[in-house]
Design a protein around this ligand. Structure first.
Ligand SMILES: Cc1cc2nc3c(=O)[nH]c(=O)nc-3n(C[C@H](O)[C@H](O)[C@H](O)COP(=O)(O)OP(=O)(O)OC[C@H]3O[C@@H](n4cnc5c(N)ncnc54)[C@H](O)[C@@H]3O)c2cc1C
Length: 286
């Protein structure tokens, strides 16, 4: 398959790129191209114009900014996965990348492109929500910051507007001693998730504090499991509690119809994976 005809622009700096976004309808940003190009080839996307941001080296960074790890729009999955800063402060991201696509795709694909693509079965939207990341959306003359939790609307749908670019993801460093868990069921490692559950938490005086739990691959977009969080906060961790919470989360889930399983199966995955994730997170909290 080949894409339909399109105009191609390759600006050299952010200012020029934002100007192009402001100047025309039906324009899409080309980052790693790992999702956009297949969609164009299948004619699921037929933008009139592409703005290729691969020359914007100013956006290719992963850096420490006080209590925040800042990741620019051109940081590739592979660079993030092996970054010493990520391994030290955000190991859940490095672990998750073992499940996200394959080395060749990770060498080109970007975190920002992944988030803007907003596939319902994509892992990073769930992880950004439990890490309480902020997304910086820039356009000519201004920028706004949107919490990851408010960014995703539905399948392939976010709050970003046509004249905006996601220029930076800002992730607060988790407190020392934060435990994390990641579990996924997919056809194979590297395929999109049938169900992913992720969590972070702390343990203080034997009780769970600051639990954050999210899932992907189940509903139309990644979502925080706030009822489960409320059910375990200030509680002593334990198998019976986690099974009870997982059962409630499975019942409350509203699985989307998908080729990767019917609603009952998706609920079973939530029920099975959630206790495992919480047990691992507790064992890592210190
Ligand atoms: C074989 C294969 C397996 C994969 N498996 C997984 C998987 O298991 N899990 C997973 O999560 N992903 C998976 N992916 C997708 C991969 O993670 C993509 O790299 C990612 O989704 C898109 O990043 P990109 O930089 O390639 O974006 P592109 O494909 O260039 O763009 C994707 C969309 O985001 C927009 N966009 C890109 N950057 C920006 C920006 N900075 N601001 C605003 N809009 C922007 C584009 O206009 C486009 O609409 C897989 C891909 C392939 C080909």
């Amino acid at each position: 398959m080949k894409p339909s005809a399109f105009q191609y622009e390759r600006p050299n700096d952010l200012h020029a790129a934002l100007g192009l976004l402001a100047s025309g309808d039906d324009t899409q940003i080309l980052a790693g191209g790992q999702s956009l190009v297949p969609m164009m080839n299948y004619r699921l996307a037929q933008p009139a114009r592409l703005v290729d941001i691969n020359q914007l080296s100013e956006l290719n960074y992963i850096r420490e900014d006080g209590d925040v790890i800042a990741i620019g729009a051109l940081a590739r999955h592979a660079a993030i996965k092996s970054s010493p800063l990520i391994l030290e402060h955000l190991p859940i991201m490095a672990e998750a990348y073992d499940w996200i696509a394959h080395a060749a795709v990770r060498n080109r694909g970007t975190l920002c492109g992944n988030l803007c693509h907003a596939d319902a079965a994509s892992e990073m939207p769930a992880i950004m929500q439990i890490l309480e990341a902020d997304l910086v959306l820039s356009k000519v003359g201004s920028s706004r910051t949107v919490p990851a939790r408010d960014f995703f609307i539905g399948i392939y749908e976010t709050v970003i507007t046509a004249d905006e670019m996601l220029t930076e993801v800002r992730i607060p460093k988790p407190l020392p001693g934060t435990g994390w868990g990641f579990e996924e069921v997919a056809m194979r490692r590297g395929d999109y998730a049938w169900c992913t559950i992720v969590a972070t938490l702390q343990i203080e005086d034997g009780k769970i504090t600051a639990p954050r739990i999210a899932m992907a691959g189940v509903e139309t977009s990644a979502a925080r499991l706030t009822a489960a969080e409320d059910a375990i906060v200030c509680q002593t961790p334990g198998a019976a509690l986690f099974v009870q919470v997982a059962d409630a989360a499975a019942q409350a889930a509203d699985p989307a119809d998908s080729a990767t399983g019917n609603a009952a199966y998706k609920r079973d995955l939530v029920r099975a994976l959630l206790p495992r994730v919480l047990n691992v997170a507790v064992s890592r909290a210190g």
